[in-house]
Ligand binder design. Structure first.
Ligand code: DQA
Length: 156
């Protein structure tokens, strides 16, 4: 099974940007840890980062028929992008959204979340560890899908 990790604008600057909010860890380090977990659990994993809304929409669409799960941090687009929300709804793939910071405790403009209603789950405020929690959640979802498929096969 394949998981695609999609990272939105400015997350390429993790480790540099606003360290008091996002911490010192770089995106490459987060991805290396996720890759280890994926390998240990026999999952394929792909990483994608873009600062452009349309490229994020394209990547979500590419997941259709290709990926079994999506982990996304849409970053600032979380609060504005109907296009990203619609893309997630369109592909209908189990999706977990991650936010490094606790967006609920931050500015008013971060209180609107366009993405959460079309996601299986949201993980916020755990720092980079949130990506690890998302991997655990995704593995659980993948196991449940595999078990349901197995049960269906037996019933036929
Ligand atoms: C973020 C929170 C967003 O509000 C912000 O625009 C980001 C990062 C987070 O991971 O905490 O760029 O998604």
């Amino acid at each position: 099974m394949k998981i695609v990790v999609i990272q939105g604008p400015n997350l390429n600057m993790l480790g540099t940007r606003e360290q008091h909010i996002y911490g010192p860890m770089k995106l490459e380090q987060i991805h290396a840890q996720m890759k280890d977990v994926a390998t240990q659990n026999g999952l394929e994993i792909e990483f994608f980062q873009s600062n452009l809304e349309g490229e994020l929409v394209d990547k979500i669409q590419e997941c259709y028929g290709e990926a079994h799960g999506i982990i996304i941090n849409a970053a600032a687009y979380t609060h504005t992008s109907i296009a990203i929300r619609d893309a997630i709804a369109a592909v209908n793939i189990p999706t977990i959204e991650v936010h490094i910071s606790n967006i609920h405790r931050r500015e008013d403009f971060r209180q609107k979340n366009m993405i959460a209603p079309v996601c299986a789950s949201s993980i916020v405020g755990f720092g980079p560890f949130g990506y690890h929690l998302a991997m655990m959640g995704m593995i659980q979802i993948m196991n449940e899908i595999a078990a349901a498929q197995e049960a269906q096969k037996k019933a036929q």
